[in-house]
Ligand binder design. Structure first.
Ligand code: KPL
Length: 313
């Protein structure tokens, strides 16, 4: 399968490497020319549980290089979804499919509007990975990946993608209810991401302290009120239990939002806890804990460029 991965974050790099290693024809699209040159020369290094390996991958900074692509996998941050979709629009062939493996709410809608709903596949991954440096990642958690269509159909190409992913060592299954899938992942991110970004704790450490455990439970419980009102059937029974299980499964992982904060980058807070606050407002459901988490992360972002003394003064 000819695959293009859009977005050089940890998940984009991980999928590029695993799918290339499994013999697929994969190219990574990265807007940063300097990083493209570095990775072209040095390949990708993956630190995994028990081994480290280096792998040569195809990478480009020009969307025009991506010809005859069967599957685009969008791995950019939610606030870059529109730009990513626009950049690949000119190189799509009629049969090209576009899979989003992003966090947060709203990505399927944005991609569908720009590239056409019929080619869009929703997906979530609980693989945990962190960027260590240019071209070097740590594969910290081996969660599952779930894909599905918004119309609940299971066309043959969905099975093909599942097979390609499974053969590459990315455990993947298909769901008929993509909305449930996106919300099921969102709830986990609501419980983990902002809290780790604020406390600088790894996912597993959130369970070690009464305070963080309590806040995690409250943030998830608020989000569950929205889930119930919208009559969304999640893919697990107990949201708090599931979020805690993901903390354990990805215990050593630095969440994507904490990685952003550590690198002083914009976060996806508006698409995660911010999305819960917004939904709560439109449904008349109070979400005070999510609102505080959102305000704290936004304050952290806004004060990136202040020194400690500035902050004190
Ligand atoms: O999706 C994640 C993220 O960091 O964004 C989790 C599942 C929390 C793993 O770190």
């Amino acid at each position: 399968m000819n695959i293009a991965i859009v977005g050089p974050g940890a998940i984009g790099i991980l999928f590029t490497t695993m799918l290339s290693k499994a013999g697929q024809n994969v190219c990574l699209l990265d807007h940063d020319k300097q990083r493209v040159d570095f990775i072209s020369k040095n390949g990708i290094t993956v630190d995994s549980k028990d081994k480290t390996y280096n792998y040569q991958v195809k990478i480009t900074d020009k969307a025009g290089d991506l010809q005859d692509i069967d599957l685009f996998i969008i791995c950019v941050k939610s606030y870059d979804t529109k730009d990513a979709a626009m950049s690949i629009k000119p190189v799509l062939k009629d049969s090209s499919l576009v899979l989003t493996l992003q966090n947060g709410l709203g990505n399927i809608e944005i991609i569908s509007e720009i590239l056409g709903q019929e080619r869009v596949i929703g997906g979530v991954t609980n693989q945990g990975a962190n960027v260590i440096s240019h071209g070097k990642i740590r594969h910290a958690g081996f969660g599952d990946t779930v894909i599905g269509k918004t119309d609940s159909k299971i066309p043959a190409y969905l099975r093909d993608i599942r097979e390609v992913f499974n053969k590459a060592g990315i455990p993947t299954r298909i769901s008929k209810d993509i909305r449930a899938l996106i919300w099921s992942k969102l709830i986990i991110n609501v419980g983990i991401n902002a809290l780790t970004a604020i406390t600088h704790l790894k996912n597993g450490q959130l369970l070690e302290y009464e305070g963080t455990r309590n806040i995690l439970c409250q943030a998830v419980s608020e989000a569950m009120k929205i889930v119930k009102r919208k009559r969304i059937k999640l893919i697990y029974d107990d949201a708090i239990e599931k979020t805690e299980a993901v903390c354990e499964a990805t215990a050593q992982n630095i969440s994507s939002m904490l990685q952003d904060v550590l690198k002083k980058r914009k976060t996806e807070i508006d698409y995660i806890n911010g999305a819960i606050v917004k939904q709560g407002q439109s449904l008349g459901i109070h979400t005070p804990v999510n609102s505080i988490l959102m305000d704290l992360v936004k304050s952290i972002e806004a004060s990136y460029n202040k020194t400690v003394c500035d902050k004190e003064g």
